[in-house]
Design a protein around this ligand. Structure first.
Ligand code: C2O
Ligand code: CU
Length: 461
């Protein structure tokens, strides 16, 4: 195997008047305190989550990764429609960054929105290696007084195990594969049954803790503002294996964006958020102290993520706060309607491909189109085409399907880069092939992805 088939990407110079945003991000081992429990993990710049990267749409970003981990790594800028060489996928867009190595990610961030970044190596996302990325609008219409970023996570690293051990155990507990990927022709039941829940069997891993902004419910992040303030929430699910229901006790929320794209403002009391998805919402704050809860969907272990919103005096709700908003109607994000500014131009697809999500818990095998990544045939598209992907979930689990370097449109026109696909659901998603390169499409359950639930989408040359 050649040691550096990709080399360094071509440097970019700013175009006249283009602002440059530069930052160095060091990936290092570190220790974090989770409500008195000290855990060893890996993170960016010594904290979990890592530091915010913020720029304005159209800026040139120059982000340097310094790898001080005892393992190869990369950074993927999740949701950004960036140039292929900066996408962070080892073996597809770059060489892995070796321990002690550095890599310069240079790209223009064309679209405003709420994003995040994380490694694209193994199950490293399930450590503390994640951080928010906000691309501001050139002329933000505003309409809010404050903004809060909320990063949701499921946490197991350093609690007597590591994500790599978790994956090894999932594979071992799944038993020995006998028939290769033969079992992937049929959906098969996962381990647990969730009854009539919309997402079926929703997770593989039992997590001891759920974090909001790096903090467990025993020591929650406290977000303070004034009563009557309008706050823009930017909610990011950085978890590896957990779909959350999000609610703010005593409040309704008006969803304004998902995955960076504007939607028709929709008032909800709670919403689901899958791994890799983002939702922006506006809330008008009441007087008091309120729980912002991220309740894991379908996890036997219990527990939840919690932050506190404080505008006045009052007793803080405890770690198990259970706002009534969680038991009402819960929004399924793919049912939002797009804002007219977010629509793809009307066009008949030039090409159609099928994408079947397949696999099972026992054996622990996941793949797309009949085989795990590396053995499956890449999808292809020609530059300039409107591509329709007929995606089908042939399993009894829910999978967040994520596409790199583009956003797709659901049949309603709603633009997303990550969409939850319920068991046995079919969905036609359309994209404009306007960003030449080799891109990943995968399940954003990081254990499924690493077990093979990924496929490449290559532009024909
Ligand atoms: Cu956040 Cu390839 O993913
Ligand atoms: Cu999956």
């Amino acid at each position: 195997m050649p040691s550096t088939p990709f080399g360094s990407p071509t440097p970019l110079s700013p175009s006249p008047g283009q602002k440059v945003v530069s930052k160095t991000l060091s990936a290092t081992p570190l220790t974090v305190d989770l409500a008195g429990r000290s855990v060893s993990t890996w993170g960016y710049d010594g904290s979990v989550p890592g530091p915010l990267v913020r720029a304005t749409a159209g800026d040139l970003l120059r982000l340097t990764l310094v790898n001080q981990l005892p393992a190869d790594t990369t950074i993927h800028w999740h949701g950004i429609r960036l140039r292929n060489a900066a996408d962070g996928v080892p073996g597809l867009t770059q060489d892995p960054v070796r321990p002690g190595g550095t890599f310069g990610y240079e790209f223009t961030a064309p679209d405003p929105g709420t994003y995040f970044f994380h490694p694209h190596v193994g199950v490293q996302l399930d450590r503390g290696l994640y951080a928010p990325m906000i691309i501001d609008e050139v002329a933000d219409p505003g309409g809010y007084d404050t903004e809060w970023i909320l990063l949701l996570d499921d946490w197991i690293d350093g609690t007597g195990t590591t994500p790599d051990d978790v994956l090894t155990k999932l594979i071992a507990d799944g038993g020995t594969a006998t028939g290769g990927m033969g079992g992937m022709d049929h959906g098969s039941m996962g381990g647990m049954s969730m009854g009539a829940a919309p997402w079926g069997d929703a997770g593989d891993v039992t997590y001891p803790l759920f974090l909001v902004n790096g903090k467990p419910p025993g020591d929650p992040d406290v977000l303070s503002a004034k009563r009557g303030d309008r706050v823009r929430l930017r909610v990011i699910n950085a978890a590896s294996d957990t779909i959350f229901t999000v609610a703010l006790g005593g409040h309704s929320m008006t969803i304004t964006h998902t995955d960076g794209h504007a939607v028709q403002p929709t008032q909800v009391s709670a919403f689901y958020i899958g791994m890799g998805e983002r939702y922006d919402a506006i809330v008008t704050l009441a007087d008091g102290v309120f729980p912002l809860v991220a309740k894991p969907f379908g996890k036997a272990s219990g527990g939840q993520g919690l932050a506190l919103v404080r505008t006045g005096s009052g007793t803080a709700p405890g770690p198990n706060a259970n706002p009534s908003e969680l038991s009402g109607q819960i929004l399924i994000g793919s049912q939002l309607q797009p804002a007219s500014s977010s629509l793809l131009p009307v066009k008949t697809p030039d090409a159609t491909v099928d994408l079947a999500l397949q696999g099972s818990m026992k054996p622990y095998q996941w793949g797309i189109n009949g085989a795990p990544f590396g053995k499956n045939e890449p999808l292809t598209v020609a530059a300039g085409q409107r591509l329709r992907i007929n995606a089908t979930n042939m399993t009894m689990m829910t999978h967040p399907l994520h596409l790199h370097g583009h956003t797709f449109a659901l049949p309603s026109g709603l633009r997303k880069d990550t969409v939850l696909m319920a068991p046995m659901q079919s969905l036609a998603i359309d994209l404009d092939a306007d960003n030449v390169g080799d891109w990943m499409i995968h399940c954003h359950n990081i254990y499924h992805a690493e077990a093979g639930m990924m496929i490449a989408l290559n532009y024909r040359r």
